[in-house]
Design a protein around this ligand. Sequence first.
Ligand SMILES: [Zn+2]
Length: 351
Amino acid sequence: MRALRAIVAVLVLALPIRAYDLNDSHFHLTNYVQEGTDIHKFLEIMGDKVGRVALFGIPLQQTWDHDNSGDFAPTYYLQTDAPLYYYSFTDAFIAMAYRSLTKAEQARFDPMITGFNPADMYAADHVRRVLTTFPGVFSGIGEFTIHKEFVSSKVAGKTASLTNPALDRLLDFAGEVGLVVILHSDVDMPFPKPGQEPYQVEQLRDLFLRHPKTTIIWAHCGLGRIVHPVKDQMGIVERLLENPALSHVYIDISWDEVAKYLVSSPETIARVAEGINRHPERFLFGTDEVAPTTQGGYLKVYRMYEPLFAKLTPEASRMVRMGNYERLFDEARRKVRAWEKANVKGQEVSR
Ligand SMILES: [Zn+2]
């Protein structure tokens, strides 16, 4: 019997530890008309490649305005001139999808709250309401958007800005709870005139400086489809990372539109790799895929980055693909659960 137990113990120890290739810090389960991939199907797509995923929908719903596009039903913001509007139900949808999973499956997701208007002073109250309605679910807020080419100007109502106190209130609350923030804000406008001041860089830096207690991931390091690396893009990013007052700010390199710039030539790859190798604890890989249907499609961006990963030190590569995600989101889970314990119970008592 003892011999048998010893054999079993040896076999268990010999089993390979389940090793994934990556965690995905930026993923949209649903699209601009709130449709997407069933979460159980998505687990199959993650397969044995992707360990954990920061999971969100898209806060903006594309209106189908018959006056504008007739019987054509737009599913993307570039397909019509009709406005986008904030669709708060996305948070309930994501929470219910998460709750449909087993405990072990849930452990692979970090759901994020996105269904608020960042130009509304009540945005923080929405986040609080979602946390108290769905305790035990969420790890952060975002991806939400302030400046985004083609998108910001299409959003119904007041235009969001980096200087709006509503955003400060939101980031203060995220810091108080321990929610990770994923913020999309372009580093510049499309097609700037030569010498034009990229005012967004300064406003963004000031915003980050005002919220030292909030963990912020700057999505796509500020790049976009046509907002391309402003001259010295890596310089801007590195100055930010070297500022000790901005140690709470991280960069995600998600989106195929960003990858296309970062791996466009051996020179850019070398420059980006140099920056990441210098600050390996500050960069996160993400796909920014929206409602994928196959593993091949889902991992397209990951494959695009293979030449970049190859230029990183093994340690930096692991941190960007896995370790930084685990560190930031494990801490968020711990803090948010503690906040919920203190605050959701209080709410029950007062009923
Ligand atoms: Zn995104």
